[in-house]
Design a protein around this ligand. Structure first.
Ligand code: FAD
Length: 458
């Protein structure tokens, strides 16, 4: 039997359209391995909600591998050390993996490549960063021209089906037990609500794509309405690589609907990954350095407001509904993510990094590129960003995007209020005693934010 190949799995937990797997299978027996994340610096260690997802995704992946004659080996530690030990133990000649762009994964790839024959493949994005460049040869920093350039290269190459069979080595190396990794919360089990909403794994992802095909025609308007399921809810599946963006692109195009707006949203994901390649500290530093001068409120003073935001008790129903949806399901509607993030940054004048960290821990789709780029987009500190001075009015947004039923679902104290009063119960004298008063007046928050911004400009 020829020497086995190691398949190093990370955020690419699928068998179809998986170029690293296809390459390994074509060379010999394959040892698929997933190494738990000791690679990321402590502040970016995988958050609690994502760990819940990971547990289920790995379990499904192992089942799919076993159906093809293979299995998933689980190990824990630094990738370079674990892979070197595994290669030594099994006589593996080479490691195949998909490329990933989080700074810690790029460092790990360098470290692995120093001692092993590491063969990296593209396939996590529509186009690898650098595939499209500006006229001057640089990376695009602004989304619109980037998107236009990507569109010129679309559709992506047709996706490949999963291999029929995946041969394994004569002797399988040992594996950790998934249960021993304790990825699921226990005391308390705050993820109880997750299972009702999500089916992690490749099959769940594909079923989700199939369901969305009928809805993609309504996406341009429906995507902004939190009260209905108008978006694909594919973000955690895409983050964990349970479905490839190329597969998604081709399926969506085959729907017969004009899907341009949806596909442009998918390009935002590529755009965000290009930005973290250009600026790996995007998650912890302002991309526009002039924002370093902005005097955020100290959490020792603003801690109560931060807690009210995290727990959905700000007195702004749309913000509270979003934060409670996040806590209960590990996901929040995009329009509401923008409103809730803007409220934290501007109305509460709390540094975007605190909000991004909370999302990191609570989102099942927590993604270093998407989270960092979007938080900085809302803050105004991103390379391509909304102006800081353009301050979203949460109550107007709630009314404009018809969030009444969304609020009824997530803020049961307000469920009995009519549409006219639910967006701003205080203003209609309709606030039940169980629901908090606004922690800050809209105009007061707005003025404070603008004053801080002006002050930062000197
Ligand atoms: P759809 O509207 O169906 O879009 C399809 C896919 O396109 C998404 O699954 C996603 O992969 C991609 N996409 C859509 N919008 C964006 C966007 N603005 N930026 C990048 N990719 C996009 N998305 C994450 O995947 N992980 C995060 O950690 C994350 N944090 C965010 C934080 C803030 C403050 C904001 C405003 C947005 C954040 N987003 C994040 C982007 C966006 O909110 C989610 O991707 C989207 O809500 C996921 O739902 P969906 O799959 O139904 O999206």
């Amino acid at each position: 039997m020829s020497a086995p190949l190691i398949l190093w799995l990370r955020q690419d937990l699928r068998l179809s359209d998986q170029p690293a797997l296809a390459a390994a299978v074509s060379e010999g027996p394959v040892i698929p391995v997933y190494i738990l994340d000791d690679e990321a610096p402590r502040q970016w260690a995988m958050g609690g909600a994502a760990r819940w997802w990971l547990h289920h995704s790995l379990a499904r992946l192992d089942e799919s591998l076993r159906a093809k004659g293979s299995r998933l080996i689980l190990r824990r530690g630094r990738s370079a050390e674990i892979l070197a030990a595994l290669a030594e133990e099994t006589g593996a000649s080479r490691v195949h993996a998909l490329r990933h762009y989080e700074p810690w994964w790029r460092n790990a790839e360098k470290a692995v490549g120093k001692t092993l024959d590491l063969c990296l493949h593209d396939g996590g994005l529509l186009l690898p960063p650098g595939a499209v460049r500006t006229g001057a040869g640089g990376m695009y920093r602004i989304y619109t021209p980037f998107s236009r350039a990507v569109m010129e290269h679309m559709p992506p190459a047709a996706p490949h089906p999963a291999p029929h069979r995946i041969d394994g080595p004569a002797h399988w190396p040992t594996s950790d037990s998934l249960e021993d990794w304790a990825l699921l919360p226990t005391k308390p089990d705050w993820a109880q609500g997750f299972a009702a909403d999500w089916t992690p794994g490749e099959q769940g992802a594909r079923a989700n794509v199939a369901d969305f095909l009928d809805e993609v025609g309504d996406y341009p308007t429906a995507r902004n309405l939190p009260s209905i399921e108008g978006t694909s809810r594919l973000s955690p599946h895409l983050h964990f690589g349970e479905v490839s963006p190329a597969y998604l692109w081709h399926r969506i195009e085959s729907s017969g609907h004009d899907a341009t707006i949806f596909l442009k949203e998918l390009i935002w994901r590529d755009y965000a990954h290009v930005q973290i390649c250009e600026l790996p500290v995007y998650g912890s530093e302002n991309a526009r350095r002039d924002f370093d001068a902005l005097a955020w409120r100290d959490l020792r003073e603003a801690g109560g407001d931060f807690t009210a935001w995290k727990t959905g008790r700000t007195g702004y129903p749309i913000v509270d509904a979003g934060m409670r949806q996040l806590w209960t399901t590990g996901w929040m509607h995009n329009r509401v993510r923008m409103i809730a993030a803007s409220f934290l940054i501007k109305h509460l004048l709390i540094d975007w990094r605190h909000g991004a960290r909370w999302f990191w821990d609570t989102l099942v789709d927590a993604d270093y590129a998407n989270n960092s780029v979007n938080w900085q987009w809302v803050a105004g500190s991103g390379v391509d960003a909304n102006l800081f001075t353009r301050i979203m009015a949460p109550l107007t947004q709630s009314d404009k995007f018809d969030a009444a039923d969304y609020i009824r679902t997530w803020v049961p104290e307000l469920a009995g209020l009519p549409d006219g009063a639910i967006h701003d119960p205080d203003a209609h004298g309709a606030r039940p005693a169980a629901y908090p008063a606004k922690i800050i007046d809209h105009r007061e928050g707005r003025e404070r934010a603008l004053a801080a911004y002006r002050h930062s400009k000197g």
